[in-house]
Design a protein around this ligand. Structure first.
Ligand SMILES: [Zn+2]
Length: 399
């Protein structure tokens, strides 16, 4: 068995002592930020602890003080490892606090009576909490409960519980070729998958596409209105607010859709499967104002990225693997004879062997074939740890 960590949302009451605790936690992080920055030579957690513990102690309990030190040092570390060395001390503006739970600490605990007991600046306090119905089963499966992060957003307190789950081990690095599933992602047919026994999974993306188009039209209209108001030096707040809400709704819609698609794929996939995607093409360079087609393309690309990410989560939980292949010509190649064919809308036709097939199924089959040959050659392509992908993107050979 392998272990993975997942987070579960918790609904918390708007407790004033808890809110105050988040404010103090944020203040401690802010106090630590400049010393940790250390004039551009960020300190490690250990060195930051040595340098600052005495100055910041006493505001939180000892364990949470250590947690704040670790989080601040980690923020600088991750900026450095993303090759974006900080130019000035970070501002810790978000009110949040991290409480360790169970074997990791006693800042908080979930009690059998259904309350959450946690440390606050006003002492230990029991608070009622709720787990949304969709997450209750997952919480019951938790092997350990590790920590609780509480954030303040729009005046509300939001809890995120981190738990550890036990999951089946993924299959071997060089699986049977029958286990390879080819997956093609598109806009109209959001996902088309073909497995080793020629079973096909079709997930339509039409409903989301139609709604996204509608949102895009509304947004274009609002943007014209915004420009007009600006030109007349009139108040633009209400228009901006509506635009923001539209964007939020669209992001939420796409997230939910990607999760659903990934879940269906996970349920459909044969046991021990290797789910193979095309490598995503890098997004076009960022522009100041992207509209129309460019915007739609980026949105579609983002949706594909999300489906990938959620599939990786599903795969972890179900003991499957995820891989990717070079995307060149997967939609123009004939999956029967391997020569170039033509694609007209959803129809693929091969002039060499007369083969005809739904274009996305043809593409998914090509992805599957390509993955099989890389698996057989034993190249390291079927590896999807973030490090491996980063190394690949940077053009470095895989270890
Ligand atoms: Zn052909």
């Amino acid at each position: 068995m392998a272990q993975v960590q997942r987070t579960i949302p918790l609904l918390l009451p708007a407790d004033e002592d808890l809110r105050q605790t988040l404010a103090v936690f944020q203040a401690v992080e802010q106090q630590l930020s400049a010393p940790c920055f250390n004039g551009g030579q960020p300190l490690s957690a250990v060195r930051l602890h040595r340098a600052c513990y005495q100055q910041v102690k006493g505001q939180l309990n000892a364990q949470m003080t250590c947690t704040a030190i670790r989080l601040v040092a980690a923020a600088y570390q991750s900026a450095q490892s993303n090759r974006r060395p900080p130019q000035r001390p970070f501002q810790f503006r978000r009110r949040r606090a991290l409480f360790l739970i169970g074997p990791r600490g006693r800042d908080a605990s979930l009690r059998p009576d259904g309350t959450l007991s946690l440390w606050t600046v006003a002492g230990r306090k029991p608070l009622p909490y709720q787990v949304p119905a969709a997450f209750q089963q997952r919480l019951a499966q938790a092997k350990t409960i590790d920590s609780l992060t509480v954030l303040e957003r729009g005046g509300q307190l939001i809890g995120r519980l981190t738990i550890t789950l036990e999951v089946p081990d993924p299959p071997a690095a060089c699986p049977e070729t029958e286990a390879v599933v080819g997956i093609d992602l598109n806009e109209t047919n959001a996902l088309v998958a073909v497995d080793g026994e020629e079973r096909v999974l079709f997930v339509s993306g039409k409903a989301v596409k139609v709604r996204n188009r509608r949102t895009a039209k509304t947004r274009a209209r609002l943007q014209r209105k915004l420009a007009a108001r600006k030109a007349q030096h009139r108040d633009t707040r209400s228009v901006r607010r509506v635009l923001k809400r539209l964007g939020r709704r669209q992001r939420h819609r796409t997230q939910t859709f990607a999760q659903t698609v990934a879940k269906r794929l996970g349920e459909w996939a044969p046991p021990q499967a290797v789910l193979v995607f095309e490598r995503l093409q890098l997004p076009p360079p960022q522009q100041e104002q992207i509209r129309g087609r460019a915007l739609r393309r980026r949105l579609a690309l983002w949706q594909r990225g999300l489906i990938r990410r959620w599939t990786e989560q599903q795969a972890q939980e179900r003991g499957l693997r995820v891989g990717e292949v070079n995307p060149a010509y997967t939609s123009q190649t004939c999956s029967r004879c391997g020569q170039r064919g033509t694609r007209r809308r959803h129809r693929f036709t091969c002039p060499h062997c007369g083969f005809q097939e739904h274009a996305d199924i043809n593409a998914a089959r090509n992805i599957r074939t390509r993955a099989r040959s890389t698996v057989l050659r034993g190249s390291g392509l079927l590896s999807t740890s973030p490090e491996a992908r980063a190394a690949e993107a940077a053009g470095k050979p895989l270890a």
